[in-house]
Each structure stands twice: as C-alpha cells, then as structure tokens.
Design a protein. Structure first.
Length: 231
C-alpha cells in the first residue's frame, strides 16, 4: 500500500532477516500489537531487521483498498505494507514451514521403510501449541500443522518408524542475536531456568529421540525450553 509496485519483489526476496506481520486494521489485536511492531522497526532497522506488514482482510470493511491505504496513513506506519488479497504470503509461509516438512518426511519415510525402519524428529515451535505470538497468524498455524503431522505420522508408521517432535524455547543462536539486553532479561524472567538455551542442548534431545534409547517413544512433542511452556 505504501510501496511502489516495482519494489515489492525486492522487499520479499531480500537476504536480510525479516519479520512479517499479518494484520487487519479492523482487528483489535492488530491495533494492540501495532505499537510494538513500529518500535521494532524504529529500533532494529539500522541493524538489518526488515519489517513487512501484510494486510490480510478478515472483514468486509477492510477489503476496500482505499480504506486500507487510509488506515496505513492514519496509523503512521512507515515500514512496507503489502495487501495479501490472494493469500500469496499466507500460502508461502505454509509452503515453507508445513509443506516443506511434509515433503521431507514423505521422501525420508520411504528411505527409512526401504531399510527396515528408523526414527524421524521434527522441529516444532511453541507458537504452534500456545497462543504466544499475537499477529503471527500464518506462522503459528503452520507450526500447529507440524504438531499435527508428527502425531498422525507416528500413528501411521508405527511400529517400523517412530516420529517425534522437539519444541526449542528461547535459544542462543544468530536468530535471537538482535534481542536487546533489556528484552533478553525480560525473556529470561519467563523461563524457570532463568537463562537461554544452547543449540547443543536442543540437539541432545533430538539425538535421544532418534536413538534406540527412545525405542518406545513415538507421537510425542518434547519441550527443550527451560520450562518456558510449563508456566
């Protein structure tokens, strides 16, 4: 809405980290989260984080393009806002996060069956289990789909193949390197272990689930999050 059409492709295809917010100016939650998204844009744009708003109309009034354009102007949104009238961004998110894992499992399971069985471990997300990511509609829905996929594949392919998932919590990786010290401390207060996880700690849970030591475990989603989802 506030970006020339010729720039839209470069906005989506850039190699910078990107936060995509699905919103609708008629939706109260979108208005409540807007100040936070605008603050992230102001604070982290210089560090390379790109904010893109995707207007996904859920109400008749918000399907009017002129009304959306006026809302973007009225609300003072400076980061790019695109209209997802054909659900392209929604579909792309589902394709990457859910369909991608489905296709990997599809072909991986065939290989495992050919060799007599084995184990599959999928990476899940707390956003797919709890409503902990307001405005992340497509992302949360795609991750919830992974959770469901783990359960049904476990039922379909037992006893030859075990299928489990792991939910990493707040983990010290490049993906979280842009979190400020204040935000870091605030996040730690939500974690009973009072620290961020390490990648090797998450990998250890995955290794266990893939090993013969977990030979009676299938259809489970294990949290490796320091207790964050326990409270």
């Amino acid at each position: 809405m506030n970006v020339p059409a010729g720039r839209q492709v470069s906005i989506i295809q850039g190699d910078r980290p990107m936060l995509v917010e699905f919103w609708d100016f008629c939706r109260p939650n979108s208005i409540r989260t807007l100040p936070y998204v605008k603050a992230w844009h102001e604070r982290y744009a210089s560090d390379g984080l790109r904010i893109v708003g995707v207007h996904s109309p859920g109400f008749e009034a918000s399907r009017d393009e002129a009304a959306v354009r006026a809302a973007v102007s009225r609300l003072g949104i400076e980061y790019p806002v695109l209209v997802d009238s054909e659900l392209d961004v929604w579909r792309e998110t589902i394709d990457v996060n859910l369909t991608g894992i489905f296709l990997t499992c599809k072909h991986g399971l065939r290989a495992l069956l050919a060799q007599g069985g084995g184990a599959v471990v999928c990476t899940c997300s707390p956003t797919g289990l709890f409503g902990c990511a307001p405005a992340y509609d497509a992302y949360s829905a795609s991750k919830a789909g992974v959770y469901g996929l783990v359960r049904v594949l476990a039922a379909d392919y037992a006893p030859a193949i075990r299928v489990n998932g792991v939910v990493p919590g707040y983990t010290d990786t490049p993906m979280t390197s842009w979190v400020t010290p204040d935000e870091h401390e605030a996040l730690l207060r939500t974690i009973p272990m009072r620290r961020a996880g390490r990648a090797d700690e998450v990998a250890a849970v995955m290794s266990f689930l893939a090993s013969d030591e977990a030979s009676y475990t299938t259809g489970a989603v294990w949290a490796a999050d320091g207790g964050m989802t326990a409270i």
